[in-house]
Design a binder for this molecule. Structure first.
Ligand code: MBD
Ligand code: FE
Length: 302
């Protein structure tokens, strides 16, 4: 079909509306349908290819892997890049770089003040202490900020989604004290890989891509009056550090992992050798001229 014929068909479909509906939904859906009609025409997509793709999407939804697919196809990073650009255009700069949330956050983790232990002592990974402060735009410590942290175990698996782990294993919320400090004790995580037999891996195979992430730790950092920060730090030295299937590694989010021992671990109840990461989070003040960083998204809760 030529473009005029496709446009006429689209017009007929759009004109079939007899009720107001939702203006924003209409704009977005009509645009996506138009782009897909053009794609089918330009690439001469066959009926078999179309129905195979539709079935793929259905099965991906059923398997709960849409969040994973969105990360792997770069959509989640793209949304970050667009928000970065809007902030830059509004002259908003500074603060810790954001990077993607990913699909594996679980709301409701236990909250403590100043320090938390994330692991239950059974994970064979290397002991980790991460500590630092939450700062504002002026570099002043922020009391009462909330640091939500979650990461994978020594097999790259996340509690809740991996039912073999205790509830909220490697997930906690830590409130900063008057000094703006947070600290946690845990084990060094291992990089995540998409489920080998799953729908995401199936498509990555077709695209000639891998489904590995470098070892990382996720954070939401929030405080009243400040823009909520969604970010991660990466464990330096990981072979996938700059080859993340979700494109989330960024300059400024790869802190040094120090070797520590003895007295350094005392304040955290840690003995012997351990890995130590010092990392300060910097928040920027909330403003009305840039989109909010609070994102509506269906999230697991326990
Ligand atoms: C993860 O742990 C993750 O952070 C992302 C973005 C996708 C899949 C698994
Ligand atoms: Fe993750």
């Amino acid at each position: 079909m030529n473009k005029e014929a496709i446009d006429a068909l689209l017009q007929k479909i759009n004109d079939s509306a007899t009720r107001e509906g939702n203006a924003r939904t209409k704009t977005i859906v009509n645009r996506i349908v138009r782009d897909l009609f053009y794609t089918i025409e330009d690439l001469d997509v066959t009926p078999s290819e179309f129905w195979t793709a539709l079935n793929y999407l259905g099965e991906t939804g059923q398997s709960g892997e849409f969040g994973l697919l969105a990360a792997g196809l770069g959509f989640e990073h793209f949304l970050d890049a667009r928000l970065d650009e809007k902030e830059a255009k509004a002259g908003l700069e500074g603060g810790t770089p954001r990077t993607i949330e990913g699909p594996l956050y679980v709301a409701g983790a236990p909250e403590s003040i100043g320090h938390a232990r994330l692991d239950d002592g059974t994970d064979p990974g290397e002991t980790l202490v991460m500590r630092g402060r939450v700062l504002n735009d002026d570099g002043k410590p922020l009391a009462n900020a909330l640091v939500e942290v979650w990461h994978a175990n020594h097999l790259g698996n996340y509690s809740h989604f991996d039912r073999s782990q205790p509830v909220f294993n490697l997930r906690r919320s830590i409130r900063t004290g008057a000094d703006g400090k947070y600290a946690f004790t845990s084990v060094v995580p291992v990089g995540y890989s998409v489920p080998p037999g799953g729908k995401t891996q199936q498509l990555l195979d077709q695209l000639g891509r891998h489904g590995h992430r470098p070892a990382h730790i996720h954070f939401f950092v929030s405080a009243p009056g400040y823009r909520k920060l969604t970010t991660q730090i990466n464990i330096d030295g990981d072979p996938y550090l700059w080859d993340d299937f979700a494109f989330a590694t960024r300059e400024g989010l790869v802190p040094e992992v120090k070797k520590a021992e003895g007295a350094d671990g005392k304040p955290y109840g840690v003995q012997g050798n351990f890995a130590l990461i010092d990392f300060d989070f910097a928040l920027v003040s909330e403003r009305s001229d840039v989109p909010t960083t609070e994102v509506d998204r269906a999230r697991a809760a326990a």
